[in-house]
Ligand binder design. Structure first.
Ligand code: SAM
Length: 243
C-alpha cells in the first residue's frame, strides 16, 4: 500500500516461513505422517502418476523439502534424465539431501537453494515442474507461477499439490477444528513447537480455493488447467500445460 503496510506484512510472512521450516526440518517427515495419517503418500503418488514423467525427462521439484517427490522422479527419469530439488530453506534442503543420499539416490539429482519467485534456471528448460505443499508458503504466488511457466518447455506441465477447500460443509467444519486444535497440539508434542503448526493451519485457511488457483494459473498463461480434489477437497492437485 501507499503506507508500506503490505511490504511489512510480506517480509514478516517470508521470515515466519523461514523460521517455521528451520524449526520443523528435523521432524518434518514424522509430522507429515502423523498429521495426514499417512495420506500424504497417496496424494504424492497421484501427483507422480499425473505428471507423466518419463525416462530422460528434466524435472524441477520446487519447495521440494525432504524430497518425497524427487526420490520417485529420480527413479523414473533414469540416468539420462535430471531432477532438481530446489527449496528456499537450507535446513530443509540439508535434511532432504542427507535423506536421499541415505536411500542411495544420487547421480541424476541436484540440490539448489532457490526462491520459487525467481527461479535461477534458463527459459524452456524443464519437462515437468512440481510444487507440493509449497505454494501456500510463497509470498508472491503470481510471480512464482509466472517463474514456473518460464522455466518449462512448451508442452511442459506444472503440477501444484496443495491443501484446498473441502466441498462438504460438514467436512469443512471438522477439518477446521482438526487443523486449529489437533495440528498445534501434535506440533507441541512432537516438535515442541505449537506455534509453527498454528501458522501452518492459518496458511491453509488463507490459501486460494480450487477455482481461484485455477484462474491464477490461466492468467499466468497456462493452458488446459484442470484440478482433481482428493480426500473430499482437503487437498487438490492442479495441472496446467505451457503453450
Ligand atoms: N514438497 C515437500 C513435501 O511435499 O513434503 C515439502 C513441503 S513443505 C510443507 C514446504 C516447503 O516449501 C518447505 O521446505 C519450505 O522451505 C519451502 N518454501 C517455502 N517458501 C518457499 C519459496 N518461496 N521458494 C521455495 N521454497 C519455499
Amino acid at each position: 500500500t501507499h503506507f508500506g503496510f503490505q511490504n511489512v506484512a510480506e517480509s514478516e510472512k517470508a521470515s515466519k516461513v523461514a523460521e517455521v521450516f528451520h524449526s520443523v526440518a528435523g521432524r518434518y517427515d514424522l509430522m507429515n505422517d502423523v498429521l495426514s495419517g499417512g495420506m500424504h503418500r497417496l496424494w504424492k503418488r497421484f501427483t507422480i502418476e499425473l505428471s507423466g514423467v518419463r525416462a530422460g525427462n528434466k524435472v524441477l521439484d520446487i519447495a521440494g523439502g525432504t524430497g518425497d517427490l524427487t526420490r520417485k522422479f529420480s527413479r523414473l527419469v533414469g540416468a539420462e534424465g535430471q531432477v532438481v530439488l530446489a527449496d528456499i530453506n537450507d535446513s530443509m534442503l540439508k535434511v532432504g539431501r542427507n535423506r536421499l543420499l541415505d536411500k542411495g539416490i544420487s547421480g541424476n539429482v541436484h540440490f539448489v537453494q532457490a526462491n520459487a519467485e525467481c527461479l535461477p534456471f534458463p527459459d524452456n528448460h524443464f519437462d515437468v515442474v512440481t510444487i507440493a505443499f509449497g505454494l501456500r508458503n510463497v509470498t508472491h504466488k503470481d510471480t512464482a507461477i509466472a517463474s514456473m511457466l518460464r522455466v518449462l518447455k512448451p508442452g511442459g506441465r506444472l503440477l501444484v499439490l496443495e491443501f484446498s477447500k473441502p466441498k462438504n460443509p460438514v467436512l469443512s467444519k471438522i477439518y477446521d477444528t482438526y487443523s486449529f486444535n489437533f495440528m498445534p497440539l501434535a506440533g507441541k508434542l512432537i516438535t515442541n513447537d505449537a506455534d509453527s503448526y498454528r501458522y501452518l493451519a492459518e496458511s491453509i485457511r488463507m490459501h486460494p480455493d480450487q477455482e481461484t488457483l485455477k484462474a491464477m494459473m490461466e492468467v499466468a498463461g497456462f493452458e488446459r488447467v484442470t484440478y482433481h480434489n482428493m480426500t473430499g477437497g482437503i487437498v487438490a492437485l492442479h495441472r496446467g500445460i505451457k503453450p
